[in-house]
Ligand binder design. Structure first.
Ligand SMILES: N[C@@H](CCC(=O)N[C@@H](CS)C(=O)NCC(=O)O)C(=O)O
Length: 107
């Protein structure tokens, strides 16, 4: 019985640790009919990353903010991981191919 309780405690601490794992804040500016946006979101979701999506078609007031934050980038998606401006879908996949995306998501 004592062993059972010890096991329960270990399991509880493991799940708590996982819940407490920090992921950076991810923001992605999108538009609904944009295939690049869907691909980028799919990749992030496959990696278990949650993100805050800003649909600039339904919320056009956010587009100037996107362009400013993206240093003039006008296409969607524009992806931000923590403080880093990743760029668009191509840049996100390039980061993944280079093995640099997972460490960024875990940071
Ligand atoms: N190379 C870019 C392509 C992005 C792109 O072409 N997005 C289209 C929507 S699917 C867009 O924003 N077009 C509007 C424009 O070019 O101003 C990426 O990988 O994100």
């Amino acid at each position: 019985m004592a062993l059972w309780h010890a096991l329960q405690r270990v399991l509880k601490s493991l799940t708590t640790a996982k819940r407490g794992t920090k992921m950076p804040n991810i923001e992605i500016y999108t538009s609904p009919l944009c295939g690049f946006c869907h691909s980028a979101k799919r990749l992030l979701s496959q990696k278990g990353a949650s993100f805050n999506e800003i649909d600039v078609l339904s919320d056009p007031n956010r587009k100037p903010e996107m362009i400013k934050r993206a240093n003039g980038g006008r296409t969607v998606p524009q992806i931000f991981i923590g403080e880093t401006h990743v760029g668009g879908c191509d840049e996100l996949f390039a980061l993944d191919r280079a093995g640099k995306l997972d460490p960024m998501l875990a940071a």
